[in-house]
Design a protein around this ligand. Structure first.
Ligand code: NAD
Length: 242
């Protein structure tokens, strides 16, 4: 028998309308002035995810500042641009609103706010020394799972490479997966993020590092039901398809 670890945010909200809990969760985390990290497009969608989050925060009496400089496949520079807004406005916490790009950029801002070396030097596993500011992730694409992972994927323009900062400190404290935030997702993005989610699902069958918790998640309610499929089933399926 071997040991394993399993990481995810301590609180995860799922289901239509759950984003209404955002303000309450901010108060519980004592967030006084969160930086909302998102992209320019989402910030402009009428009654879209950002507008809805701002409304909930307003109702809860929470002041916030918005940073809309997240690019797809976020660049190191996006994190430092966000950090400037964070510091200039005396922010104390981060709310990421968007897909994997917004979440990873928000994590990168949190790392840059609490670590001295350039972000690229933290590439690798468990490289972070200090706690990040509180991070809440409001997901709008449902594919990457960055809202529940310890990964921060950034792009270095100089090397034209992506790198990953993997740390338990990157896991958001609260995640929101509210399908009402996803109604505006265009078909192409739904397909692309669907493939991302499918890949994660297949990974749980073929990974040599699976454990009882990931197996349970893979099988839906495997704690009470017999397994619905085995790793070999999936491998056979792929062999047939090739
Ligand atoms: N950290 C992790 O664990 C992890 C895992 C996999 C991928 N990633 C990273 O995630 C990034 C990709 O994230 P993604 O696929 O979620 O896309 P994204 O965050 O890059 O967003 C893609 C586009 O979709 C738009 N969009 C997002 N939500 C929308 C909505 N509700 N309605 C309309 N438009 C919307 C955005 O404005 C953006 O233009 C990559 O940088 C990848 O490296 C991270």
């Amino acid at each position: 028998m071997r040991y394993y670890d399993f990481l995810n945010p301590s609180v995860n909200f799922m289901g239509p309308g759950c984003v209404k809990e955002l303000g309450h969760r901010c108060r519980l985390l004592n967030m006084k002035k969160p930086l909302i990290v998102t992209d320019d497009f989402l910030a402009k969608v009428e009654n879209g995810p950002v507008a809805q989050c701002l409304e909930v925060l307003k109702e809860a009496g929470i002041d916030s500042v918005i940073f809309t400089g997240v690019e797809p496949n976020p660049k190191i520079e996006n994190c430092y641009d966000g950090l400037k807004i964070y510091k200039d406005n005396g922010c104390d916490s981060i709310i990421t609103v968007g897909g994997g790009s917004s979440h990873d950029c928000g994590k990168g801002i949190g790392i840059a706010a609490t670590h001295e070396k350039p972000l690229g030097e933290y590439a690798g596993i468990e490289t972070l020394d200090n706690p990040l500011p509180p991070v809440i992730a409001v997901d709008t694409t449902a594919g990457t799972a960055s809202e529940v992972t310890r990964h921060c994927v950034l792009t270095d323009r100089a090397t034209k490479l992506k790198f990953v900062i993997v740390s338990w400190r990157n896991v958001p404290l609260v995640s929101f997966n509210d399908p009402l935030m996803m109604l505006t997702v265009p078909r192409g993005l739904t397909a692309a993020t669907g493939m991302d989610a499918l890949t994660h699902a297949i990974e749980s069958y073929v990974s040599v590092d699976a454990n009882p918790v990931t197996d349970a998640l893979k099988d839906g309610n495997a704690f009470s039901n017999p397994r619905k499929g085995t790793k070999q089933d999936i491998i056979d399926l792929f062999r047939k398809a090739m």
